[in-house]
Write a protein that binds this ligand. Structure first.
Ligand SMILES: [Zn+2]
Length: 135
């Protein structure tokens, strides 16, 4: 369903991240080189390297922040999957985050009220709608 586009974006962002870190590393080397050229009185080369380094650092941090913002938004938009566990005996109900290995009618933990084995009765994505006042 919505799995393919999500995978695609993560793959693209890892590729972009690699390029960003490469740019960052190159710009930092340019900055370090600039200081050594300054020491050797090569002020023009040092100035160019300084400029390249600063532009590189600024660009890569800017792009990094943009990606972070987008990733955070993606994470917020995706509602969590929850598992409902019910006690067959007393009707006690727990709703918790989905864990790997959960399936419907799987025996869950012991009931907090009557110490009976509980049963997973539902697994669903929690869609948060605008809260309505109960009729
Ligand atoms: Zn119970």
């Amino acid at each position: 369903m919505s799995k393919t586009p999500q995978n695609a974006t993560t793959r693209i962002s890892t590729f972009v991240l690699l390029i960003i870190f490469l740019t960052l590393a190159l710009s930092l080397t340019a900055l370090i080189l600039a200081t050594t050229f300054f020491g050797q009185d090569n002020k023009i080369i040092a100035g160019y390297l300084l400029l390249i380094g600063f532009i590189g650092v600024a660009l890569s941090t800017y792009v990094l922040f943009q990606i972070r913002k987008r990733v955070l938004r993606l994470r917020i938009e995706l509602p969590p999957i929850v598992t409902t566990i019910e006690c067959r005996k007393c009707g006690f109900k727990i709703v918790r985050e989905f864990q790997r290995g959960d399936y419907i009618f799987k025996k869950g933990e012991l009931c907090q009220k009557c110490n009976e084995n509980m049963l997973i009765t539902a697994i669903y994505r929690e869609v948060k709608e605008k809260e309505k006042t109960a009729p």
